[in-house]
Design a protein around this ligand. Structure first.
Ligand code: B12
Ligand code: SF4
Length: 511
């Protein structure tokens, strides 16, 4: 171990408010652990979207006067907040600012157009960040550090690529870098839950065209790059997490969890034996094979699965290279439906490049139909965000998407918090369709496609008033589902009624 007294500040700005439970900045725990191993003092900050909280973090960083500040940045509003903080820190400290993460790695030149950002780490950061820290400390040149882009003499320099890390078990993952567990711990069915504390493997054998995994950087000689931690490595850290927090439910943020079935089961069994179950086990429909598999999952306490449904239109599923059909999806839902203790969900993307109104209606109807047939199935809708370097990202450009020319413009391409679709984000919709698309988004969030939620909440939540409000909202949910089914969005008066009612009564049911 080298020794250095220098502090490094690592920041991941959450795009939610301080009342929402946090997810661990897994990427920063990895890079922070690598720095810690080499003797650096590391502080990880995860400010939420409130400006005061961001400024408190800035004050603490200014007080520490770190060697450099690293930001983990992400498409959407997170980009603008990370940029604001970077600008303020640069102004106050004249400190070196390094950005990393999957999204900045795909647009490094644009990131470096910002005066306050000095270096972008491309891809995996565990080795790169240590080399950067040592070089900043010694005042040496950055030109030999693989996997970075940086500014020198007014121009942008692209260094040689860095090979992906082969042996994931050689990496440190020090969960003691998390400062206040109460911000991460939530309660599910009366038990302690932590969302996505671990990544058990990196990569995916599939290449869905909308996904980051369709980028060239994740293949070598025509083969996908896949690496996994050993089961023992994960279990060791899971035990530690259990001792620290008493956790009983976790999830994994792997690209794809079921790459090797025997390993996946060994891991689930191992976790179960130390009193940890996996909540919302994410998987492809094709990974779910038969009844025996569901029975084994139930045995290890898994009662909730999250599938990548992506579309209810076979044409779009084909375009996505998803390698699944709606018929196969329904077969799997029928299989799950045999087990009353199991609930499942499937996320949908609307607005993919080349998707038409007809495809979207088909998708929405398919989901409505599945929710009705299989009441323990629920669905969420997301809106397509063009990711640079992915197959769909390139297709979007061919179809007229003019990629933003600044970080702030990219920040508007946010499937969560944008109220209006940023201009030109989905150019394959004409103006009329764009308005409908926008309204469909609002009706989708009202309709919720989530019947299981009501069941669990009515038993959990107390009070007549709550149940009454829930019933009224249910009427609006049904109306919204009807509108979506018929793709009829004229006179959206429900929102005015609900808006006025909420204003008058300060209605607080989650939206
Ligand atoms: C958890 C997660 C989320 C969470 C939280 C995201 C967040 N803001 O923190 C939620 C559920 C909210 C989410 C939402 C979305 N997500 Co998401 N999500 C993930 C997931 C599953 C795990 C992320 C993670 O922790 N990875 C593990 C760590 C180890 O990897 P890492 O963060 O990349 O870190 C490494 C390097 O990037 C680098 N690094 C990272 N930060 C830094 C900082 C410095 C200074 C340095 C030097 C290096 C460095 O070093 C790390 C270690 O090697 C990934 C899939 C995946 N496995 O990565 C998708 C992923 C990140 N999500 C993705 C997408 C597209 C989305 C959505 C846009 C989907 C949608 N259409 O709504 C939304 C966007 C929401 C928003 N605007 O914030 C894409 C991003 C692709 C891209 N090019 O940006 C991914 C990769 C999924 C995919 N396969 O396509 N997501
Ligand atoms: S299966 Fe999932 S992780 Fe793999 S390419 Fe498709 S969407 Fe991405």
């Amino acid at each position: 171990m080298d020794s250095s007294n220098k502090t490094v500040a690592l920041v991941d700005v959450m795009n939610h408010d301080a009342n929402t439970k946090m997810r661990i900045a897994v990427g920063l725990v990895y890079v922070g652990s690598a720095l810690k191993k080499h003797g650096y003092k590391v502080k990880i900050f995860q400010p939420t979207k409130e400006k005061e909280i961001q400024q408190q973090v800035e004050q603490e960083i200014i007080k520490d006067n770190p060697l450099f500040v690293g930001f983990s940045a992400f498409i959407g509003s997170n980009l603008a907040m990370s940029l604001d903080m970077s600008e303020r820190l640069k102004e106050a400290l004249d400190v070196t600012i390094v950005w990393g993460g999957k999204f900045p790695s795909s647009i490094p030149d644009l990131v470096l157009k910002e005066d306050c950002i000095d270096v972008v780490c491309l891809g995996e950061g565990e080795e790169t960040i240590v080399e950067l820290a040592k070089t900043f400390e010694s005042g040496g040149s950055l030109d030999k550090i693989k996997g970075i882009c940086y500014k020198a003499d007014g121009r942008i320099v692209h260094n040689e690529e860095r090979e992906p890390i082969h042996d994931l078990d050689s990496l440190e993952y020090d969960i003691n870098l998390i400062q206040d567990w109460s911000k991460y711990v939530s309660i599910l069915n009366g038990r302690i839950r932590i969302f996505d504390p671990f990544e058990s493997q990196r990569g995916c054998p599939f290449s869905c065209n909308f996904c980051h995994q369709s980028m060239k950087m994740w293949s070598k000689n025509g083969k996908k790059i896949i690496r996994a931690h050993s089961v023992d490595w994960i279990l060791k850290r899971a035990k530690q997490l259990k001792e620290l927090t008493g956790v009983e439910y976790i999830s994994f943020c792997d690209d794809e969890f079921w790459i090797k079935k025997s390993r996946a089961f060994e891991l689930l069994e191992g976790l179960y034996s130390i009193g940890i179950k996996v909540n919302n086990l994410r998987m492809r429909f094709s990974s779910l094979q038969n009844e025996e598999m569901i029975e084994r999952l139930i045995k290890y306490g898994i009662l909730n699965m999250g599938f990548g449904l992506e579309s209810g239109s076979d044409r779009i599923l084909g375009l996505m290279n998803k390698k699944q059909t709606t018929k196969q999806v329904e077969e799997k839902l029928r299989l799950v439906d045999k087990y009353p203790q199991m609930v499942c969900g499937g996320a949908i993307i609307l607005g993919s490049p080349g998707e038409t109104k007809k495809d979207m209606i088909e998708s929405v109807r398919f989901v409505l139909n599945m929710c009705q047939k299989y009441p323990r199935f629920r669905s969420e809708f997301y809106f397509y965000q063009p990711l640079p370097g992915t197959v769909f990202g390139n297709m979007a450009v061919d179809l007229g998407f003019d990629p933003p020319q600044s970080i702030r413009e990219w920040a508007k391409v946010d499937g969560y918090s944008a109220h209006k679709i940023a201009k030109g984000w989905l150019p394959w919709f004409n103006r009329r369709e764009e308005i409908n698309f926008e309204r469909a988004r609002r009706y989708i969030s009202l309709a919720r496609f989530d019947q299981t939620r009501e069941d669990s909440q009515s038993s959990e939540k107390m009070g007549l008033i709550y149940r009454l409000k829930r019933r009224i909202l249910r009427v609006f949910e049904i109306l919204a589902a009807m509108r979506l089914y018929h793709w009829f969005f004229y006179f959206p008066i429900e929102f005015y009624i609900l808006g006025a009612y909420r204003h008058l009564t300060e209605w607080t049911i989650e939206e």
